[in-house]
Write a protein that binds this ligand. Structure first.
Ligand SMILES: [Ca+2]
Ligand SMILES: [Ca+2]
Length: 303
């Protein structure tokens, strides 16, 4: 009897230890299962948000759907849905095009309108020229292989046209100028090549590049948007002559010369930015493609 009692007494701590161990295991498992379920739910939400964004892209690519169309938005951020923004790449500056056409002045006007001084602007442009040109000849304030190597960056510059706008952040003397300007990416494109389309030009480029006064800008944008007040719709005023625009606004000779230097009446390349949501999770798809139904898609980015 005594022996059995001792055995039971010895077994008790073991049982208690087992209970504690199992309880710990349950808590641990519960934690893992809950975080696994959470990540599953997030993955599912991300999947649905992407499907939403894809629906938005399909609608935005339809040439019959114009800015302001109610089809460009569905649902809400809180639950699920999408929102599509349509803009035009031909309203932007293609650095490859302007550098290869030896035009510095467009960059001087843009960067000084951002508040950069002329020394910083010159160094940024010279370095962009050196990045794009195929040779190793150093521009006055630029940067070729030696300058990058001394800064500990081997294998630069690219010595070819930019393949992506974000590549500009790697250009010596240009990167700091760009990082001081929020949304600098919106000013540039590599998909559209040519002078800026006056049909799609933004207020900021008309002011910075052609020195439109605020009043001239307002008159021009109101005239161009037509009766509905929305750019990119069927009632827009079609602009077939820069001289007519200059005459309509009564531009001075300096403004007129800038208008002719930097702008053109042609150019049309749609940029569709679609954001899909599901339960607080967002997915964004940006597509650049021609407005012709048979035109090729030029760029597809997701994040
Ligand atoms: Ca070079
Ligand atoms: Ca319109």
């Amino acid at each position: 009897m005594k022996k059995n009692h001792r055995r039971r007494a010895a077994a008790l701590p073991l049982v208690l230890w087992c209970i504690a161990f199992i309880a710990g295991l349950v808590v641990l498992l519960a934690g893992s299962v809950s975080s696994w379920m959470e990540s599953e739910t997030r993955a599912e939400k991300k999947f649905i948000a992407r499907q939403m964004a894809l629906s938005g892209i399909a609608i935005g690519q339809n040439p019959l759907v114009k800015p302001g169309d109610p089809l460009l938005g569905k649902g809400s951020r809180g639950t699920s849905g999408y929102e599509v923004k349509i803009s035009n790449e031909s309203a932007k500056i293609n650095p490859n095009f302007w550098i290869q056409n030896n035009n510095r002045s467009i960059f001087i006007r843009l960067f000084t309108s951002w508040g950069a001084d002329i020394g910083t602007t010159d160094a940024a442009i010279d370095s962009l020229i050196d990045w794009i040109d195929g040779d190793d000849f150093l521009s006055l304030k630029g940067a070729e292989r030696g300058e990058y190597e001394r800064a500990g960056k081997r294998g630069y510059p690219a010595n070819r046209p930019l393949k992506h706008i974000r590549e500009m952040e790697a250009v010596m003397n240009l990167s700091s100028l760009l990082s001081a300007k929020d949304g600098w990416q919106n000013a540039f494109t590599i998909w559209y090549s040519g002078k800026i389309s006056i049909q799609h030009a933004t207020e900021s480029s008309l002011t910075a590049l052609a020195e439109f006064t605020p009043m001239q800008c307002q008159s021009f944008l109101e005239m161009r948007a037509g009766l509905d007040g929305i750019d990119g719709t069927d009632d827009d005023q079609k602009l077939s002559s820069l001289e007519d625009v200059a005459a309509f606004l009564g531009l001075g000779s300096r403004q007129r010369a800038a208008l002719l230097e930097f702008f053109d009446t042609s150019g049309d390349l749609r940029c569709i930015e679609s954001t899909g949501w599901c339960g607080g999770v967002a997915h964004k798809i940006t597509v650049v493609s021609g407005t012709d139904p048979h035109s090729q898609m030029m760029s597809w980015e997701e994040k």
